[in-house]
Design a protein around this ligand. Structure first.
Ligand SMILES: Cc1ncc(COP(=O)(O)O)c(C=O)c1O
Length: 412
């Protein structure tokens, strides 16, 4: 079936949750995706921050082949070889102690909400009032299931499903006074993405973060860092919270953990983790042998000398090129981000830019209507950045003037 036939069939048979780009993806290699006509796209979307090692990475394929023929799935009622070593590694990297393995980002946000409530009860059983409130930040995104959705800011996502979780409240981004006001003794946890990905690559300021940590400590509330999008090497450091000197009680990772298969982790301080006991939480698929082996491979590759340094180098170069575009083209309002989570906010809606870039063989996405967001595989090189920036210069340069006429592909 070709793209039109597939799109037509999807229109009839899928529950309409996605507004897809017109590409029928059939295979990927390195930083490139290929469609059914053999056209290639340089990927600055990276499967929404999942494909950190690009596509068809040979070492990932070797693990996949081997483990899929050995032990594809085994229930969590039994042991297998890879969960404990993976947990040990993740805990060490986060400076924490214990790990629960699940499948998706939203699922570990749910688990963290339960953990915060369980810990609040256990740590202060005689509190005169229930401590169950969870604070999140305006502009945040933490997922789509009911608990995680309660902590996700855009009203258009939440409103149709109300009533949501009682005690979920939002604090104004970077407003320290509002943070202090919001912090009542009923607060069990505060959840934060130190760089808000879906929110348009918005940085939470260090002073706000430090105050949040102090208030959590003073109130015995948990500081939960959602590193699902900005973590695991994306900023050029393994965790974005570490660069900011934060010491969270709980860290959440997901997207790239198993190189493209679903795997997610709650990483917690020992005392907090002990609020769970057998039966209080679980997952049929979470932490299967194939995913855990893949995650061990991903971590091993990320730890190799030079890997994260390359993310820092290419990221800084990319940002400089975007800044240059901003200085040349008034349509670019602001450039944000670090490492390989970057954004260019435009003065105009960016969907048409994404479409034109696609025709020229570049994949990226638009968030918050006017923000071009870049989440490429962490293996991209400066020459890839040059290709993209040349295409953007052409597209953005013509915005407001003539439409882009020569939509030629620019890859070698
Ligand atoms: C920061 C953050 N948290 C949570 C989620 C939800 O993850 P998932 O889509 O795997 O459920 C996302 C997804 O984009 C995210 O960016």
């Amino acid at each position: 079936m070709n793209l039109d036939q597939i799109a037509e069939l999807e229109k009839r048979v899928l529950i309409p949750t996605y507004d897809r780009l017109p590409i029928l993806a059939v295979r990927g290699e390195g930083c490139y995706l290929y469609d059914d006509r053999g056209k290639k796209y340089l990927d600055f979307l990276g499967g929404l921050a999942v494909n950190v090692l690009g596509y068809a990475h040979p070492e990932v394929l070797a693990v996949l082949r081997d483990e899929s023929e050995t032990l594809l799935h085994v229930s969590n009622l039994l042991y297998h070889r890879y969960q404990a070593p993976l947990a040990e590694k993740l805990a060490k990297k986060a400076g924490l102690d214990r790990v629960f393995l699940a499948n998706t980002g939203t699922e570990v946000v749910e688990g963290a909400i339960k953990l915060a409530r369980a810990y609040a009860r256990k740590s202060r059983p005689s509190a005169a009032f229930e401590r169950f409130e969870i604070l999140a930040l305006e502009n945040s995104f933490h997922g789509r299931t009911l608990g995680a959705l309660s902590l996700t800011w855009p009203e258009k996502y939440r409103k149709p499903f109300e009533p949501l979780l009682p005690g979920a409240r939002f604090v104004r981004l970077n407003d320290v006074a509002h943070l202090r006001e919001s912090f009542t003794p009923r607060v069990a946890a505060l959840i934060v993405e130190v760089i808000q990905g879906e929110g348009g690559v918005m940085e939470v300021q260090e002073k706000f973060l430090k105050t949040a940590e102090e208030l959590c400590r003073a109130n015995d509330a948990l500081l939960i860092c959602d590193e699902i999008q900005c973590g695991m090497g994306r900023t050029g450091r393994f965790f974005a919270f570490k660069e900011r000197g934060l010491r969270p009680d709980v860290v959440l990772v997901a997207k790239p953990l198993a190189a493209g298969l679903p795997l997610a982790a709650i990483i917690a301080r020992d005392e907090v983790a002990q609020a769970f006991s057998p039966g209080l939480h679980g997952s049929t698929f979470g932490g299967g042998p194939l995913q855990c082996r893949l995650a061990l491979k991903v971590l091993e590759i990320l730890e190799r000398p030079g890997f994260l340094e390359n993310v820092q180098d290419v990221g800084a170069y990319f940002r400089r090129q975007l800044e240059k575009l901003r200085s040349e083209l008034p349509v670019v309002r602001e450039v944000r981000g670090e490492g390989l989570i970057l954004a260019a906010e435009l003065e105009v809606p960016c969907k048409p830019v994404v479409r034109q870039a696609l025709e020229m063989g570049f994949l990226m996405n638009c968030t918050q209507e006017r923000v071009l967001r870049f989440l490429p595989p962490l293996i991209i090189e400066r020459r890839h950045v040059d290709e993209l920036v040349a295409a953007l210069r052409l597209i953005l340069g013509r915005l407001g003037n003539a439409p882009v006429a020569d939509k030629k592909e620019v890859h070698a």
